[in-house]
Ligand binder design. Sequence first.
Ligand code: FAD
Length: 431
Amino acid sequence: MAESPDNSAGRAASEPLPGAADVVVVGAGAIGLATAYELSLRGVDVVVVERDALGAGTSSGNAGFVVPSHVLPVTEPGMLATAVRGMLRGGGPVTVKASLRLGYLGWLARFLGNCRAAAVAAAAPVLAELGNLSAGLYKRWLGAERIECCYAPNGLLHVYGDARAFAAGRHRAEWEGRFGVPSQVMTPSQAREREPALNDAVAGAVFYPRDAGLDPGRFVSGLASVLKRRGVRLACNTAVLDARMRSGQVRALLTSRGEIRTEQVVLAAGSWTPALAAKCGSRIPIQPAKGYSVTVRMPRRALRQRMLLGEKHVAVAPMGDRLRLSGWFELGRFDRALPKARFAQVEASVRSRLHLDAELVNAERWAGFRPVTPDGLPIIGRAAAPNLAFACGHAMLGLTLAPATGRLTAQTLCGQQPDLDIGPLSPARFQ
Ligand SMILES: Cc1cc2nc3c(=O)[nH]c(=O)nc-3n(C[C@H](O)[C@H](O)[C@H](O)COP(=O)(O)OP(=O)(O)OC[C@H]3O[C@@H](n4cnc5c(N)ncnc54)[C@H](O)[C@@H]3O)c2cc1C
């Protein structure tokens, strides 16, 4: 695999580094910040350490979908076939990097072992519970803390361009219904009523009324401001380089700006977590899956509905006066390249279903890395070192599941009964 991307070189941090904290959270993405917030609600003294600028990981440029409907894990059985088809076509929306690295091959074998109906059906209720907890917490947090982030609870429309894909979409919705996910099958004209910018190349759609969305960059920066007001210390542009261990416990983290002594550590570093885990004597199986987004000024014919273009695997997300298009799932790619061809493919996919201006303006191009586990479930809970916890591995649902993850992690660290059974999410399942 390519060397992991790191933007932090040459950036100076201004505030002095705290020398000690009850809890150090590593990573200021949605998951790390949500964890720090829930810890602060419990009166815990927290420092968040972030290698780069706030939100520089994967939490800012994503599609911003908050989708409790998404109970189908990334290990869905059709995944491999889609990847192979894409690769034979020379780069479809889902690809798997070819590499002979033993660790990577071992991870792939485990992943493929979970691309089975029974494994997926076992994961679905876990994701459903997490998603429902998170959706409720989003409403509570955004209201209580007045975080302005274009939150819009107006559902998600899965749009399909041909009869076969539409049939698969209906089948998926029926299956999701078994896990309590409500949905409504729509004709092309009903879909166009919800989103008039859809063109005639629509065979049908499925609407998920309980879903929502927001501008993830504004959510991350808004939550960070709340944390600062609550006295949580944020040490940005500060990389954790190593851990000082004693008697099997983490005693201090060694950073690029000095040492922080601590009672407990939470690793919430997304796709970068395995390297940090190794420094603390633990192994966790996460592979990055690279994806892209381009954010443009809202076209003249403004879009109002958040959409997923089914067989195209592309998300369309209105965010106030901007529109974000995102997609691609390149398993095993870990580099910051922004190939023009990818953005052209994403835009072409969207143009094939929607009326857009001839030219999209103010394009901001971005790439991020979904942290994927072999069973498609996040890793939440304590590791072998009793004062080390993980909050990572959320794949394509990290924004959706951030509040629930923060709450469950804080409850675990504070010795409280977690709201949900976190047994299926334990890092121990991979030992
Ligand atoms: C194209 C795309 C679209 C997506 N759309 C959605 C969506 O619509 N809805 C959804 O729910 N999810 C979506 N996701 C997934 C979601 O973005 C991720 O699951 C989520 O951002 C992961 O959050 P995180 O906090 O775990 O990691 P990150 O946001 O990556 O944060 C980890 C942080 O750790 C820091 N770090 C790493 N190493 C160190 C170190 N040594 N010392 C200090 N700090 C360190 C990094 O700099 C980074 O800021 C999408 C992902 C992609 C790529």
